[in-house]
Design a protein around this ligand. Structure first.
Ligand code: BG6
Length: 501
């Protein structure tokens, strides 16, 4: 998968180009791709947005977001174009098409296009439809000749959230598929661009030692934690319409769970890997409304402190209703009903304003059949746990029992640590950098296929329904705590405990 590749010539069109995502993620990722010589000379960005700007204003906006120290990048930015206009107005798209055709002549972009939808989700469908109406969605055979000699390509990258529920995602898909072929659609989940998420595949399938024990016979439970110490920042308005389940579980958590638990793929191409991921998601049991009560905890942070800094409660955040019922934390007990995982609880938790930023997957193994060191001798011995830390300190840890030096046969848990930073002395590409390049070269492996989106919503939908009809109560936790007390009870009832990272 991770082959060294260079983007072919093309025009990269960003819808929502004056927005926050473009400045924070997309422009810096493009700058880094330019700096590592991944972008060809015949590469031009076209920004589209409602904000009134001209080409010069857009170029300034880009350089403000990225800096202008890199000479190659500044030279590229000098060619960038901008189309200001309303997305509901056909003339916006007519002008965009004119600019793109000009660029095919003037900058030899060869009719190749990557569209990036960085707008609010409500505009994804209308933009795709308008592009199709203007003949700018599907490659037309023979209309242009790409440098490679092949047909020109047209791809569309779509940000999350992809729908608000299963019905919404399917409705969006119908609109997208009327304009673009599924093979042209690249649904982004930036977690898939993280090196350590991809390393789950390497760890599992490039090593002989883990696979034999990667199943219900040896694994007692799986815990996935996506913890953030940040609150909702300036995104209160958006977050009110999302909540933790939609914002993190439906997408990032489901991606991590599927890579961790899927069957070995036959190859590392887009179809093989995504086939296995979707099979795993299909095996995840859908919770009935009654089952939600015993398997899901939702909560919201109240006033508290992160480290020594006092922070306000969610309801006092800007853009948030003072009586908001939106959850900022959710914990779930899931299960995958298949041959490999039947009966193994998959505990998932995510929250904002938890004590620290941490994403990890932990596989806790069953105990030995008989422990010869009893009582005091094994008081400090815990189970074997394999932890894949996705961020911030990317690495893998295995805890195991070792003899404590001394005359007694005392054993306690110790940890064998692998650190990415120490092992590889190079900067891993940022998730967006990796994913943008993949979209440019046409590798869809790390993007979310239509059936994956559906399966993830299928799991989340019934839980969401109990949130909106008020049947799952909302608990509270002080900012800076590891979630509400009820989340501990969820595991304690099974004789389990959350890991304390
Ligand atoms: C985004 C969510 O998808 O992921 C945010 O919308 C969240 O609410 C972010 O903060 C977390 O991403 P990362 O890469 O910092 O773990």
């Amino acid at each position: 998968m991770a082959i060294q590749r260079h983007a072919p010539r093309h025009a990269f069109v960003i819808f929502g180009a004056s927005g926050d995502l473009a400045s924070r993620k997309i422009f810096p990722a493009l700058r880094d791709l330019a700096a590592s010589s991944e972008l060809p000379d015949q590469f031009v960005v076209v920004g589209v947005a409602r904000t009134e700007l001209d080409d010069a204003g857009f170029r300034r906006l880009v350089l403000d977001a990225t800096g202008d120290e890199e000479e190659r990048w500044s030279e590229m930015v000098a060619k960038f174009r901008y189309v200001a206009g309303d997305y509901g107005d056909d003339s916006t798209f007519a002008r965009l098409c004119e600019v793109l055709n000009d660029l095919d002549e003037a900058q030899a972009t060869g009719g190749n296009r990557v569209y990036y939808l960085a707008t609010v989700p409500a505009l994804f469908g209308p933009i795709a439809t308008a592009l199709a109406r203007h003949g700018a969605a599907r490659p037309t055979a023979g209309a242009h000749t790409a440098a490679s000699g092949g047909e020109p390509f047209i791809r569309i990258v779509v940000e999350k959230p992809y729908g608000r529920d299963l019905a919404g995602a399917q409705a969006l898909d119908r609109v997208m598929h009327a304009a673009f072929d599924e093979s042209q659609i690249y649904r982004i989940d930036h977690y898939m661009g993280k090196e350590t998420v991809q390393n789950l595949i390497a760890l599992r399938f490039a090593n002989a030692v883990f696979e034999p024990i990667w199943n219900r016979r040896y694994v007692d439970q799986v815990q996935v934690t996506v913890a953030e110490s940040l609150g909702v920042e300036h995104r209160g308005g958006f977050y009110e319409t999302a909540g933790a389940l939609r914002d993190i579980v439906q997408n990032h958590v489901m991606q991590v769970v599927s890579l961790t638990l899927m069957e070995p793929p036959a190859a590392s191409d887009a179809q093989s890997i995504r086939d296995e991921k979707v099979k795993l998601l299909r095996a995840i049991e859908v919770l009935t409304p009654d089952a939600v009560a015993g398997n899901v905890i939702r909560a919201q942070y109240s006033q508290g402190a992160i480290g020594s800094e006092p922070v306000c409660g969610y309801r006092s955040e800007p853009g948030v209703a003072p009586d908001s019922e939106t959850e900022t934390y959710v914990a779930l007990r899931l299960s995958a009903d298949n041959w490999r995982w039947a009966g193994v609880p998959i505990y998932v938790r995510t929250g904002k304003r938890l004590p620290k930023r941490l994403t990890e997957v932990a596989l806790q193994f069953r105990g030995v059949p008989h422990l010869p060191f009893q009582g005091r001798l094994s008081r400090d011995l815990g189970p074997n746990v394999l932890v894949i830390q996705i961020q911030p300190d990317e690495g893998i840890m295995l805890s195991f029992g070792a003899k404590v030096p001394g005359p007694e046969f005392r054993v306690r848990s110790v940890s064998m640590d692998f650190s990415y930073k120490a092992a590889f002395n190079e900067r891993p590409p940022d998730a967006y950098e990796r994913l943008l390049l993949d979209a440019m070269v046409g590798d869809a492996t790390l993007f979310i296929r239509t059936d994956e989106v559906d399966q993830a919503w299928r799991i989340v939908d019934p839980v969401l329904a109990t949130f909106s009809d008020g049947s799952t109560s909302l608990h509270h936790y002080a900012a800076g705590a590891w979630g509400p007390h009820e989340a501990n009870l969820l595991l304690e009832r099974q004789g389990h405990r959350w890991r304390t990272p």
